[in-house]
Ligand binder design. Structure first.
Ligand SMILES: CSC[C@H]1O[C@H](OP(=O)(O)O)[C@H](O)[C@@H]1O
Length: 353
């Protein structure tokens, strides 16, 4: 009997409103938010109520429509100017996940096309909503395709370690790193997942462990400092993670702690895979050195989960991401196939296919 994955959708356009699952409340509470204005959308992205590169892009796309749907533009040019203004505002919510900028650029492009076609402001607004819905629908198909390619690297009974949440909650459905886990489960394979808790915001403990358990997948939660022991035990045959931005040379920005995992995987001769939709690959950023790394507030560490665990006013360094050099990446798994080194040439070729 095939087990179909029942998604817990993090972003929905429902009854003509943008509805988000508040990921800061999981796993204890399943709470939905209806976002009525662009400031609420900005806050939801910045405060990680919605997070994960593709989900951020989808939310920002709907956010542009929410921002302008009632704007009283007399002409398409006036509305185009407002679309650009609101897209620029949403672009300030978080700096690292390139999907945010990729999705906002798509929304501005639609507004430019509508203007060039001489569409009315009302027609442009309809085109904007359709584009946001297309971005969401495409992401679901992209994630499933990533899963199918990744599955060719897995086998029944495999042990897989993952970091943070690159799951269904971070995308339209299936996730990127978790897509092969769901598809393997659908095929009836026995797959053992080890999920890093992923300090300080615990996306692995709160989200990955939660969504995989809900789907009936064998998942074991470990603290980040246990990954080496799990690998040394021989329990891991592959590491697979998501990404917020792949640079043109194949350097990978992802949740803080990913770089350390890649070093551990290399030390244990374990393949290190990055699941990356083309919407997360940024050929305009030459190397990982040029990827902006978000630094978040000290309280995420000092008072992260509701209780104080460090002295007041202690100095804190809280980068939300790190960069894994492409030399440590075994393969980048995209919806168009599996990409291996030399990454600079092979990533560019993806966009020429
Ligand atoms: C499928 S992209 C998921 C990606 O996003 C996460 O970051 P955050 O939770 O801060 O948005 C993490 O880097 C995941 O790999």
């Amino acid at each position: 009997m095939t087990k179909t994955y029942q998604p817990l959708r993090s972003v929905r356009w429902e009854d003509d409103e943008l509805v988000l699952l508040d990921q800061t409340k999981l796993p204890e509470q399943t709470e939905f938010l209806t976002l009525k204005d662009v400031k609420q959308v900005w806050d939801a992205i910045e405060r990680l109520k919605v997070r994960g590169a593709p989900a951020i892009g989808i939310t920002a796309a709907y956010g542009v429509y929410v921002a302008v749907r009632h704007f009283p533009a007399a002409t398409a040019e006036e509305l185009l100017a407002e679309v650009k203004k609101q897209a620029d505002y949403l672009a300030t919510s978080r700096p690292t996940a390139v999907n945010l900028f990729w999705a906002l650029n798509r929304m501005v492009k639609i507004a430019e096309i509508a203007t060039a076609q001489g569409q009315s402001p009302e027609a442009m607004k309809r085109m904007l909503l359709v584009e946001a819905q297309a971005i969401q629908a495409e992401d679901e198909a992209v994630c499933r395709a990533i899963g199918e390619h990744a599955l060719t690297l897995f086998s029944d009974g495999i042990g897989v370690l993952t970091h943070c949440n690159a799951g269904g909650l971070a995308t339209a459905k299936y996730g990127t790193a978790t897509a092969p886990m769901y598809l393997a489960h659908e095929k009836g394979w026995k797959i053992k997942v080890f999920a890093d808790e992923t300090r300080p915001v615990l996306q692995g403990a709160r989200l990955t462990a939660y969504e995989l358990q809900q789907a009936g997948i064998d998942v074991t939660l470990i603290c980040d400092n246990m990954a080496a022991k799990v690998m040394a035990n021989g329990w891991v045959q592959a590491v697979i993670v998501g990404t917020d931005r792949v640079a043109a040379n194949g350097d990978v920005a992802n949740k803080i702690g990913t770089y350390g995992l890649a070093v551990l995987a290399r030390a244990h001769n374990i393949p290190f895979y990055v699941a990356a939709p083309l919407s997360s690959i940024d050929l305009n950023t030459p190397t990982g050195k040029e990827i902006p790394i978000e630094e978040r507030e000290a309280d995420e560490i000092i008072r992260g989960m509701g209780r104080q665990i460090a002295p007041n006013d202690i100095k804190v360094y809280n980068p939300a991401f790190d960069v894994t050099p492409h030399e440590l990446v075994t393969a980048i798994i995209t919806e168009k196939g599996i990409v291996r080194a030399p990454y600079k040439e092979n990533l560019r070729a993806l966009f020429e296919k």
